[in-house]
Each structure stands twice: as structure tokens, then as C-alpha cells.
Ligand binder design. Structure first.
Ligand code: C2O
Ligand code: CU
Ligand code: CU
Length: 507
């Protein structure tokens, strides 16, 4: 996106004085063209107003570490009981440097939670972050008052218990992260996010494939080893870091035997980085989406994983040598300078031995049935726009849904539990916006761009879907549990600047 084009378009829809607009102080700079970092040379420093500096180098090639498992203290089957404490901690990313982070139980990504369909979950949350926080169970079918909404903050120093049941059929790759009003983006990029895998009682994927969770995060480190605050550029585009990490490590190594198949769950837990991914020298099959397994495996060449999306893969390592997980170019509509280098990052290196693996059972042809949600009785239309305006003190921008910025005291949509609804998400903005709905999963039925309408290649349960700029995405959904649910762009800086609303589901 050309900045000037954006400014002109933005000025036509100035919403001066509205809560829609976030005030950004430009540090006395009155002319945008004279701003350091605003040169047209492409990859300028992220830190507008500061000297651009090369990102710190991080060690690569260490053995992939498994995420620590959150210990179940219940001592009987059918119950998962544990504690999560959110608190400041330090991490060692660069050689010889301690980085202050926020962590769950001392680690970032947070401990992996593994529970089974049918389990009751009770998690005692201790908020030691120093400001309000919550735990939101992203994608999970939990009651509204247990879902860590911004309306239910846990004050600094306070504790609470989150309790819910995992329904039969809910197996899938979910995650957890804070959702406090106005503070989500920062708490997440400082380290608060973890994976929550709900396992099926009867899983059709052969156990010999293993089950490896790969949480992708995005780190920016200053020269002193600290994580810099968000800049204006971060607020516009969403914060993108200098290093994409896998389970907290840069380009870790995994060793497998030739012919091995591995089940991998990929999580985009970044604030704002779009990941178009491909495995080189290995065959990739999609077996699951945000909300669990597909009906049947689908062979793919590449995957677009937008912020907050997850995908379950089976990767076949049939050729000896090195297989890498790399990124490809993806233009998601970047504003101003500092567009990150999207392509050519190596996220994971798999060493495939010459010695063959023991023969592995084939992937089943059918994974599970997915019932289409059927005919909607209600339809909704949500239009996403961006606004930007200059005033005496700086630039104001807003990220709006149906012309409004988020207001915690306002209900945007009233729905009825059990109704099947068609939601149409219309992106009239200049950037892609990954749309997320709380409380349930949905089924995408159609995408429209220009005059071209396309159907998704397969039926899948989703809670987050990218809506490209200029695109309309239609999905069907059904909220079964009453209560207030959030929907928002999962570029967390956009959520923070207003691109969020509340649907009140009534019994
Ligand atoms: Cu990942 Cu509103 O959340
Ligand atoms: Cu969510
Ligand atoms: Cu957005």
C-alpha cells in the first residue's frame, strides 16, 4: 500500500474525536516525509524515530525442544486440574543476554495443555503480571463467563478458577492467551500464549506418527536484549518481529528416519505475521484445521497460516538429507516502510537419515465425518474499514467494524443460542484482516473477490479465517451457549485499536 494513497483515502472518512481513533504522538514531528524510518527504501528499521539497527543474531540449529506439559494434579480420570501463573520471567534468546518476558509458569510459549474430550477442566489462574489480565481459551467451546473476556478481568495480583467441560467431538488444536481490555497485544508479544490440545478418545491418526506441537511466535530484540515497545508502525500493521521462533527457538533441528511420517500441529501465535509455509523435500498433507480433523486428508504444496490460525499436518520424510520448513512471499497489504522480508525464512530443519524407518501404517482415507451446519435462518454483514487522519498533535487511526470501534459497554449483535447464522465479513480495508469469533467453530462456505466467487476446497471447522483486502468471506456458524462473545481481527494491535465487537447470545 502506498502511504500517500492511504492518507488521502483515510482523510475522506475522518472520524475526529471518535473513540475509534487511537492517538499516536509523533514526537513533535510535523511532516511525515521527514520522519526517520519513513524513507522509501523498503526495509527500514521498525523503530520509527530511532536509529535503524540490525537485529541481534540468535543461535540456530539446537535440537527442537518439546514444550513442557502442564501437569494434571487431579489424580483421577475425567478431570484435568492445574495451575497457571502469569508472571514476569527472563528468557535467553541471544547469547549471553537475558530478555525480560512474560511467561506462564515461567516458560514462553506457555506449557502445553493436553486433555481429552469429555474431561472437566479446572485451571487456577494466578495473575502476577502487574496489571489486569485474563486467560482466553481460543477456539474452545467453553461457557462465556469462563472464556476470559475483557469484561471479566482478573486484577493484578488476583486469582480465579476457570472451569469448563470439553464436549465429545471437540478434539482439536486450540490455544490460550490473555484478553484484557487494551493490553492483549502487549501481553501476547511479551510471551503469554500456549497451546491447548484436546485429544480424541479414539484418534484415527496412527500413534507411530507422534504428535508434535509447533508454536510459532515472532520476536523482536533490541541491542540490549530487551523487547522494544510497539511503535506507530506496529500499531498500523500489527507488530512483526525480526525472528520467527518455533517453540521459542530459532530454526531448531529435528532428526527423523527416512520414510517416517510425523504429525505436526502448527500454531500461528504471532501478533501479526502472515506465514505462507512450505516443506522442502517432504510431502505435506493437511489433516486438520483450527477445530480438529478434516473429513479426509488433503495433499498440499503450501499453507497460508494467518495470525491465530492452526493447521494439523502429516509430513512424510521420504527422501534422505535435509527437509526444511520455509516461508514464501505473501503480500498482506503493508502500510509504509518496514515491510518484513516474508520469504526465505527457515523455521525448522529436519535431518532425514539414510537408514529407513520401521514401516509406518498409512494414513486412513477417512478421518471423521463433519456434518455441514445447514441452512442459516439469520444473516449478518460485518464491514471492515481503516481510517487515518492527521491532527495538531499527530496521526490518528482507527480500525472499524461497521463504522464503529469496540466499546465494551455496547452489544453489537443479539443472537439466539442454537440458531444457524450466515456471517458475511466484508474487507473494504487496505490490509488483510484475520477474523476470529469466540465461543464456537464455523464453516466457511464461500469467498468472493472482484466478481469471482469460490468455494473452499474442503469442509473444515475454523475459528479464525483470513479475509484478504477487497475480499468477502461467508461462513455459517451456530452458538450453542448463551452469553457475550467477542469477534475481532486477530492482528492484536488492530483488535486493540477497535476492530472488535460483541455478540450477545441469548438462551
Ligand atoms: Cu485468540 Cu479474542 O482471541
Ligand atoms: Cu478467541
Ligand atoms: Cu486487522
Amino acid at each position: 500500500m502506498h502511504r500517500r494513497g492511504f492518507l488521502v483515502a483515510g482523510l475522506a472518512t475522518v472520524l475526529s474525536g471518535s473513540r475509534a481513533l487511537a492517538q499516536m504522538n509523533m514526537d513533535g514531528m510535523s511532516d511525515m516525509d521527514s520522519m526517520p524510518g519513513m524513507d522509501k527504501s523498503g526495509h527500514a528499521g521498525h523503530d520509527m524515530g530511532a536509529m535503524a539497527q540490525a537485529p541481534a543474531a540468535l543461535p540456530e540449529g539446537a535440537a527442537l525442544r518439546e514444550l513442557p506439559l502442564l501437569a494434571n494434579e487431579a489424580g483421577r480420570s475425567g478431570l484435568f486440574r492445574a495451575r497457571l501463573t502469569a508472571e514476569p520471567a527472563t528468557a535467553r534468546f541471544a547469547e549471553g543476554q537475558d530478555t525480560p518476558i512474560l511467561a506462564y509458569n515461567g516458560t514462553s510459549p506457555g506449557p502445553l495443555i493436553e486433555a481429552f474430550e469429555g474431561d472437566r477442566v479446572e485451571i487456577a489462574f494466578a495473575n502476577r503480571v502487574g496489571e489486569a489480565s485474563t486467560i482466553h481459551w481460543h477456539g474452545m467451546p467453553v461457557p462465556a463467563d469462563q472464556d476470559g473476556n475483557p469484561m471479566d478481568p482478573v486484577a493484578a495480583g488476583a486469582d480465579r478458577i476457570y472451569a469448563f467441560e470439553l464436549p465429545e467431538g471437540s478434539a482439536g488444536s486450540y490455544w490460550y492467551h490473555p484478553h484484557p481490555h487494551g493490553r492483549t497485544a502487549e501481553q501476547v508479544y511479551r510471551g503469554l500464549a500456549g497451546a491447548f490440545v484436546v485429544k480424541a478418545k479414539a484418534d484415527p491418526i496412527p500413534a507411530t506418527y507422534g504428535d508434535t506441537v509447533l508454536v510459532l511466535t515472532d520476536l523482536r530484540l533490541a541491542a540490549d536484549g530487551s523487547m522494544p515497545d510497539n511503535t506507530m508502525n506496529d500499531l498500523m500493521n500489527g507488530r512483526v518481529g525480526d525472528h520467527v521462533l518455533v517453540n521459542g527457538q530459532k530454526n531448531p533441528k529435528l532428526a527423523v528416519a527416512m520414510g517416517a511420517k510425523r504429525r505436526l500441529r502448527l500454531y500461528n501465535a504471532t501478533n501479526a505475521r502472515f506465514l505462507r509455509l512450505a516443506f522442502a523435500n517432504a510431502a505435506t498433507t493437511v489433516i486438520g484445521s483450527d477445530g480438529g480433523l478434516l473429513e479426509a486428508p488433503v495433499a498440499v504444496e503450501e499453507i497460508l497460516l494467518s495470525p491465530a490460525e492452526r493447521v494439523e499436518l502429516v509430513v512424510a520424510f521420504d527422501r534422505p538429507g535435509v527437509a526444511t520448513l520455509t516461508t514464501l512471499d505473501y503480500d498482506r497489504g503493508w502500510m509504509g516502510p518496514g515491510r518484513p522480508a516474508d520469504a526465505g525464512l527457515t523455521l525448522l530443519t529436519v535431518d532425514v537419515s539414510d537408514a529407513p524407518a520401521e514401516a509406518m501404517p498409512p494414513l486412513p482415507e477417512r478421518l471423521r465425518p463433519i456434518a455441514p451446519l445447514g441452512h442459516p435462518t439469520v444473516s449478518r454483514r460485518l464491514v471492515f474499514t481503516e481510517t487515518m487522519a492527521m491532527n495538531a498533535t499527530g496521526m490518528e487511526m482507527g480500525f472499524l467494524i461497521n463504522g464503529k470501534a469496540f466499546d465494551m459497554g455496547r452489544v453489537d449483535i443479539i443472537a439466539k443460542a442454537g440458531d444457524t447464522e450466515l456471517w458475511e465479513i466484508v474487507n473494504q480495508a487496505d490490509m488483510d484482516h484475520p477474523f476470529h469469533l469466540h465461543g464456537t467453530q464455523f464453516q466457511v462456505v464461500e469467498r468472493e473477490r472482484g466478481s469471482k466467487v469460490s468455494k473452499p476446497p474442503y469442509l473444515a471447522w475454523k475459528d479464525t479465517v483470513n479475509v484478504a483486502r477487497g475480499e468477502t468471506v461467508r461462513f455459517v456458524t451456530c452458538q450453542e451457549r448463551p452469553g457475550a462473545r467477542m469477534y475481532h481481527c486477530h492482528i492484536l494491535e488492530h483488535e486493540q485499536l477497535g476492530m472488535m465487537g460483541i455478540v450477545d447470545v441469548q438462551a
